[in-house]
Design a protein around this ligand. Structure first.
Ligand code: C5P
Length: 256
């Protein structure tokens, strides 16, 4: 078989952006569409892999190519597991990863979640006079002085770092993504290299966003780093082309 083929390999890919509930109707979220992760899952299935996509709030239009990719001759399979919140995603990734050869974390996972999501819709009326601080589970969005109630946040687990520290399957390949911007403290690549060392993933695909210097000018440009922060490969193109680049790197690193 061609070395870049993935027949019989099992891949877990996370994609989309998590929604962290404030109450039953509101959430803290992000703008991730899930397109890059779906492109990776689709390209892997087209190469023969059996793929599980852990999907955080991805629209049906964005998900559609995944089903199409399994129809071609020689293609593998694809299964979608919905994981709307960071905690859902952690549970789904850990359980699905226990039988995976590689895990690609392309999802935008919220770093924080409301510590006590309201059990019913929080009301904005009933302004305080001595109503006291909004407490956990309360349905009144009223702060101590009658202003808007603060939303207390707690840290979510870092799923990627958890996989690196305690791999569900020994020897599996763990791949992360990082969208970085440049600022006065350093450029996007320097931030990416620091993140690569911190997270310890076997490969970290760094996307420069809005950098204005070099690789961030291209919508889908990635530099792939190793756990020491050294450059392994770089590429640019469509999300599908970025997916193929990453899958080449993954395929050549899987044990024969
Ligand atoms: O948000 P950040 O830049 O730290 O994300 C980098 C990588 O870490 C991504 O692959 C993302 O999926 C992963 N991540 C995670 N759990 C988090 C935050 C990020 O697995 N709580």
């Amino acid at each position: 078989a061609c070395p870049e083929q993935l027949s019989g390999r099992r891949l877990v890919v996370s994609a989309g952006g998590t929604h962290e509930p404030i109450d039953p109707v509101r959430f803290i979220g992000n703008r991730s569409s899930g397109r890059q992760g779906v492109a990776i899952a689709s390209a892997a299935a087209a190469r023969g892999a059996d793929v599980v996509l852990i999907a955080a709030n991805i629209s049906p239009e964005v998900l559609a190519p995944l089903g199409e990719s399994t129809a071609a001759p020689g293609a593998g399979t694809a299964r979608i597991v919905e994981a709307p919140t960071a905690l859902d995603m952690e549970a789904a990734v850990r359980s699905e990863a226990s039988s995976a050869d590689a895990v690609v974390m392309a999802a935008a996972v919220a770093d924080f979640r409301p510590s006590h999501p309201g059990i019913s819709k929080i009301k904005k009326h009933r302004l305080a006079d001595g109503a006291g601080p909004a407490t956990g589970g309360a349905d009144e969005a009223v702060g101590p002085a009658g202003g808007p109630a603060p939303i207390e946040l707690v840290a979510n687990p870092d799923i990627l770092a958890g996989l690196v520290a305690d791999p569900p399957q020994p020897g599996q390949l763990i791949v992360g993504f990082a969208a970085e911007t440049g600022d006065e403290e350093g450029d996007a690549l320097a931030h990416g290299a620091a993140k690569a060392r911190r997270k310890g993933a076997h490969l970290l695909a760094v996307n420069a966003v809005g950098d204005g210097r070099g690789f961030g000018d291209v919508p889908n440009a990635v530099v792939v780093l190793d756990p020491q922060g050294a450059e392994v490969a770089r590429g640019e193109g469509t999300k599908a082309e970025v997916a193929e680049l990453l899958l080449d790197l993954i395929a050549e690193r899987l044990p024969r």
